[in-house]
Write a protein that binds this ligand. Structure first.
Ligand SMILES: Nc1ncnc2c1ncn2[C@@H]1O[C@H](COP(=O)(O)OP(=O)(O)OP(=O)(O)O)[C@@H](O)[C@H]1O
Ligand SMILES: [Mg+2]
Length: 311
């Protein structure tokens, strides 16, 4: 299909294809023969991202109202009701790598809990066990002993084959080095994550647009990673981590490859997304500046929690 003089998309200003589909955000704004439609959330270019997205008409059979957004949160950290499980509960967690002379106790007897909507920072020197702890919390590494309970689900007894679906339903990950697919655009990187979360076709593209808008990248949808700045790449990675609308976001050194301005912006973005959605976040970092956005900082030293400091 080729681009014509049909004009430009009123939302992202890219050229429309012959069938009236925007070549970037892929929605049919002028489909005269469209089937009965239902409304789903869709993002438009806006300076003020906190405003609700305007509705987009898409075929009724593809309506994904529920997939696109969590129920609006009252903002900020929620009060815990006595009957709801903690977002995360960690008890006596220990990880020993290797054996004999090569034995390394990376994490030792770590216990803490995180409430829904809370942002908790885990800080500590290099080699103190931060990544090891995060991998165990993300059900990517089995502990030597101890317990991890995510939103009421005990990870320990969960069979290996069920861990991917546990991760898909509960967790989003942001990594230090972004881990974007270099041959794909920002939009496609997020769209693929939506596909893995079970959302396909047009709803996946719409959700990817919505998420990239929320992280301030509406105008860079079509850019590939090597055309993006470090801060922009990390924003794509954050959008991708939200593809499955996870209640718990885990981030390992999300600002380590960024300069101070971009690092601060990513920190503020994580705080805003957490506040808007009531999402719980656990962020491992060396970056003192990130402590400013945390509700709580846990200090890790030689694999042990050493002290807790409330903001
Ligand atoms: N796969 C492994 N096998 C053996 N030892 C490991 C393994 N992974 C990590 N370690 C060791 O466990 C300890 C904790 O490592 P970890 O990567 O968790 O630290 P970290 O706090 O994330 O460090 P950094 O800030 O440098 O990323 C270190 O002594 C490390 O050498
Ligand atoms: Mg690490």
């Amino acid at each position: 299909m080729t681009a014509t003089s049909l004009g430009r998309c009123s939302r992202c200003h890219q050229q429309l294809l012959t069938d009236g589909t925007c070549r970037v955000c892929r929605h049919r704004f002028a489909a005269a023969t469209a089937p009965p439609a239902a409304t789903v959330a869709h993002a438009a270019p806006r300076e003020r991202l906190l405003e609700p997205a305007p509705p987009l008409r898409v075929p009724a059979d593809r309506a994904l109202d529920q997939v696109h957004r969590r129920p609006p949160s009252s903002g900020g950290r929620r009060e815990k009701r006595p009957d709801t499980p903690r977002a995360l509960s960690v008890q006596g967690l220990t990880k020993v790598y290797g054996d004999g002379g090569l034995r390394v106790t990376a994490v030792q007897d770590v216990t803490f809990e995180v409430d829904e909507g809370e942002i908790v920072m885990i800080m500590g020197p290099s080699g103190s066990g931060k990544t090891t702890l995060l991998l165990m919390l993300g059900a990517m590494l089995r502990p030597t002993s101890g317990r991890v309970v995510i939103g009421g689900t005990d990870v320990g007894p969960t069979p290996e084959r069920k861990l991917p679906s546990l991760r898909a339903s509960h967790l989003g990950f942001v990594f230090q080095d972004f881990n974007l697919l270099s041959a794909l655009s920002a939009l496609e990187n997020v769209e693929i994550a939506c596909n893995l979360a079970g959302v396909r076709g047009e709803p996946a593209a719409a959700r990817a647009c919505y998420l990239l808008d929320r992280v301030g990248l509406w105008r860079r949808l079509n850019a590939c990673p090597d055309q993006l700045s470090g801060g922009e790449k990390q924003r794509v990675a954050v959008a991708r981590a939200l593809a499955n609308d996870p209640p718990l976001l885990l981030a390992d050194e999300p600002t380590a490859n960024l300069d101070s301005v971009n690092g601060k912006e990513i920190g503020e973005l994580l705080r805003r997304l957490s506040d808007e959605d009531g999402r719980t976040s656990l962020i491992v970092t060396h970056d003192d500046r990130l402590a400013a956005i945390a509700d709580r900082v846990l200090w890790l030293q030689d694999g042990r929690l050493s002290a807790k400091r409330r903001r």
